[in-house]
Design a protein around this ligand. Structure first.
Ligand SMILES: [Zn+2]
Length: 406
């Protein structure tokens, strides 16, 4: 495969998680009769533009047409995106005269924040179920992948956009060149493109390799993004580090020669990345080795608990849980069940291992000895909700970077 930013064909692999099922395609009872497809999950480094990326691209239609992840389900994201809309409205003086477009708009949470200030909003969302949900909720949403036709459709109806956002989707897109070309078409010359993605150095620091799954094609740091935008006739003028997904970067870009001065945050983070070894393959290689070590520790912990006759369940079934559970070879014998508060996931199963996903009432019906918090980035929120079980003696465990009892 060639690098999606610079075309380099000599990518160097540094982490292989083997064959893994699609993280967000949780089979229902009827689906269990069919075998769930698995695809290689391996990450490689490009020495030219410094982008870390998956070596295998699964066709997006297989992953994004019916999406179970609803942004508004978690309080953390409700707060985050409401706050983000406030921030951006203030920074770029958005109001009744403005148009905001969100790519991968999910259930329209961010756009609702803009609407509060009278901004005209359009969402673009490929998942049929989510687009329907947003439209029903008063957030106009085009049910499609963002492409040239969609950009033209929006321009014809509303004119060009003041702001285009894409949160936790830019890493999901293989052909980011054509996405940015279409963003440029859609944006006013004074417009801004804001994109938030999981930050690869946060992943390295916290060893959160479970964020590696087929949807996440790119693992961004600022360095390759600056390179990328520059080659697309755009420039990064500001960057912020934010807390979502265990650490993300919010990157602001404008058309080359746009009105915004380059903020100090850009050279500062670039220098910091250089110091951390963003340009050296060994940085990535060492990360890979630490992941294999974490796998060993987690397997040992689970095996020991089973030997002591303890029952283990998982809490939270985000996409990353599929990677984590596949990587630690979890079966129905290791995890009795998995709890998720999203009703769309309840009644479904983990692919391949077929561990059942249930509502939290099961914690009362079949009380476990150990709860492994698979949605580790929501641990404080989850612990608050489950405080009474802790009082009853249930052990809560964060699985990474090494199993830790809370
Ligand atoms: Zn490259």
């Amino acid at each position: 495969m060639e690098c999606r930013i610079c075309g380099n064909e000599e990518l160097e692999s540094f982490l292989s998680l083997g064959m893994s099922p699609l993280a967000n395609n949780l089979p229902s009872q009827e689906d269990l009769a069919e075998e769930q497809p698995v695809f290689p999950l391996s990450v490689a480094f490009c020495d030219t533009c410094k982008l870390a990326q998956l070596t295998h691209v699964v066709p997006p239609e297989l992953m994004f047409k019916n999406y179970l992840y609803v942004t508004s389900t978690t309080q953390t994201f409700r707060t985050h995106f409401t706050q983000m809309a406030e921030d951006l409205t203030r920074q770029f003086k958005l109001g009744k005269h403005s148009l905001a477009v969100d790519i991968g708009s999910n259930d329209g949470l961010l756009l609702k924040g803009f609407q509060k200030h009278g901004v005209t909003t359009v969402g673009v969302e490929p998942a049929d179920n989510l687009a329907a949900l947003a439209n029903k909720d008063g957030v106009e949403t085009i049910n499609a992948f963002f492409d040239h036709t969609v950009a033209e459709q929006i321009i014809n109806k509303y004119g060009k956009a003041d702001i285009v956002t894409a949160n936790n989707v830019f890493a999901h897109i293989h052909d980011i060149k054509s996405v940015v070309k279409n963003v440029k078409t859609l944006l006013k010359d004074t417009g801004v493109y804001v994109t938030e993605s999981a930050y690869f150095f946060a992943m390295i620091d916290q060893l959160t390799f479970d964020a590696v799954y087929h949807e996440h094609l790119s693992y961004y740091t600022l360095t390759p993004l600056v390179y990328f935008f520059k080659h697309q006739g755009m420039e990064v003028f500001k960057v912020e580090q934010v807390n979502t997904h265990g650490g993300s970067i919010r990157v602001y870009a404008q058309k080359q020669g746009g009105p915004h001065k380059i903020d100090a945050s850009v050279p500062v983070l670039l220098a910091e990345e250089k110091k951390k070894g963003v340009e050296r393959f060994t940085t990535y290689q060492q990360f890979g080795e630490r992941v294999y070590d974490a796998q060993k520790k987690l397997l040992t912990f689970l095996a020991q608990a089973k030997k002591e006759g303890k029952t283990i369940v998982g809490y939270g079934v985000p996409a990353k849980a599929t990677t984590l559970l596949t990587f630690c070879k979890a079966t129905k014998d290791t995890f009795s069940y998995l709890v998720d508060d999203n009703p769309l996931k309840q009644g479904r199963f983990m692919p391949v291992s077929h561990i059942p996903i249930v509502g939290s009432h099961m914690l009362d019906q079949k009380k476990p000895d150990i709860v492994v918090i698979l949605a580790w980035n929501f641990a404080p929120e989850i612990m608050q909700k489950l405080a009474k079980y802790k009082e009853q003696g249930v052990q809560f465990v964060i699985p990474l970077p090494e199993p830790k009892v809370l």
